[in-house]
Design a protein around this ligand. Structure first.
Ligand SMILES: Nc1ncnc2c1ncn2[C@@H]1O[C@H](COP(=O)(O)OP(=O)(O)OP(=O)(O)O)[C@@H](O)[C@H]1O
Length: 225
């Protein structure tokens, strides 16, 4: 099976003479993978996620997305690949307070290639998938944290990405809402979406299919959660 993501000898340094934050990382993520990455604060987890999400570039090594090298892609090509192939979910939800739930989800289509006439039905379907059909016209400020994160997940998946990247997606949630988000990730993964998630919570990491631990800039992909 072709890897969806493949890192070979990837390093990332910030500034001349600074020690590398990421060091010679090798990682393969397949289409059906659900990978949790843990590690101490400052280990480079967000730096790694930014590289996987084509928001940042390695200073060493190669990153292949869906079999194709990404090194020589122009910014516009990287943005197009992000818009069509990758969904992002963050700890802080990143919703616009003055837009309704449905309008927030529709924002995802700004960067993709989904035709205009399909957008509202796709956004509604995504909100149905996350159990928020009844809150489409609500404003984010009137929702619980768990509901807000589900809106963010609907926004991340409504364009039909191959990969979902999540940075501490349960960090602002209580146990019950964190459980709900993890159930949703498992369902999306069963439907064929690859998920890579950063978490500091070992219980949450155990809910993934696979666990890798990042420390001192190195990745242990055999680590037990
Ligand atoms: N743009 C940047 N310029 C300089 N240094 C950076 C930059 N981005 C990250 N770093 C450094 O890289 C290291 C790793 O940061 P990163 O945010 O990836 O860690 P993390 O594992 O996600 O940490 P946390 O769990 O606390 O969020 C830190 O020492 C940080 O200061």
């Amino acid at each position: 099976m072709t890897a969806l993501l493949e890192l070979s000898g990837v390093g990332r340094s910030f500034g001349v003479g600074a020690p590398p934050v990421l060091h010679q990382l090798d990682l393969v993520v397949h289409n059906d993978d659900f990978l949790a990455i843990t590690g101490p604060s400052g280990a480079g987890k967000s730096t790694l996620l930014n590289i996987l999400g084509l928001l940042d570039r390695p200073t060493e090594g190669e990153y292949r997305f869906d079999g194709a090298p990404t090194r020589d892609l122009r910014e516009t090509e990287r943005a197009a690949l992000r818009g069509s192939g990758i969904g992002f979910v963050f700890q802080g939800f990143h919703l616009l307070a003055a837009r309704t739930v449905l309008e927030n989800v529709l924002l995802a289509f700004i960067y993709g290639s989904v035709p205009r006439h399909e957008r509202t039905s796709r956004a509604r379907d995504a909100l149905t998938k996350v159990g928020l059909t009844h809150r489409m016209d609500a404003f984010p400020g009137t929702l619980s944290g768990g509901e807000r994160q589900r809106v963010a997940i609907a926004r991340a998946v409504c364009t039909g990405p191959r990969l979902l990247l999540a940075d501490e997606p349960t960090g602002n949630l209580d146990q019950a809402n964190a459980d709900g988000v993890m159930r949703l990730f498992a369902e999306l993964n069963d439907d064929g979406l690859a998920v890579v998630m950063i978490t500091h919570d070992r219980e949450i990491a155990r809910r993934a299919r696979r666990h890798a631990r990042l420390s001192d800039g190195r990745l242990d992909t055999e680590a037990k959660a």
